[in-house]
Design a protein around this ligand. Structure first.
Ligand code: ADP
Ligand code: MG
Length: 143
């Protein structure tokens, strides 16, 4: 297990960090994002998407919990489970299949709500509000 902690001083720094971080991603990677509302998860995903060459804007999915973006022959999935309540909600939109397909790069906000669908091989990324525009981002990798 590897553990890295970084601090960012504003949203642009979080996006830049994520943009650089995205260069190390490969097919099949699953990023589990945790942290309170406003801690920076979606901001991080915006940077990731930019780094992966996705031109479309990344929004905070509201009613739709899964959004997919094409990168060449791969797919980037942005999943937000804030509003889901039960595992059944996940199966209903095929999240189990998305996690299984190793052509995908997947990031999941509120990943604790994956329950037992959470894969063993994953990255855990924890966001913490420090003060004003300062955030802590902790990254754990398991293999
Ligand atoms: P989440 O998806 O975790 O709810 P968002 O990324 O949607 O969080 O929102 C984070 C909010 O905090 C945004 O309004 C963003 O501009 C602001 N913010 C301030 N400082 C930072 C920072 N260092 N990193 C990320 N977001 C920050
Ligand atoms: Mg969000």
């Amino acid at each position: 297990m590897k553990n890295n902690i970084i601090l960012t001083k504003n949203p642009a720094e979080t996006k830049k960090f994520a943009e650089n971080f995205s260069k190390s991603l490969k097919e099949g990677d699953i990023l589990c994002l945790y942290g309170n509302l406003g801690s920076g998860k979606t901001t991080f995903v915006q940077g990731l998407a930019k780094g992966l060459g996705i031109k479309k804007r990344i929004f905070s999915p509201t009613f739709i919990i899964v959004r997919s973006y094409k990168i060449d022959d791969r797919n980037f999935y942005h999943i937000d489970l804030y509003r889901t309540q039960a595992k059944q909600d996940l199966l209903g939109v095929g999240i189990d299949e998305i996690l299984k397909d190793n052509k995908n790069i997947v990031c999941v906000e509120w990943a604790e709500k994956l329950f037992d669908l959470i894969p063993r091989k994953r990255m855990d990324i924890k966001f913490k509000y420090l003060r004003n525009d300062e955030r802590e981002i902790g990254i754990k990798t398991y293999d």
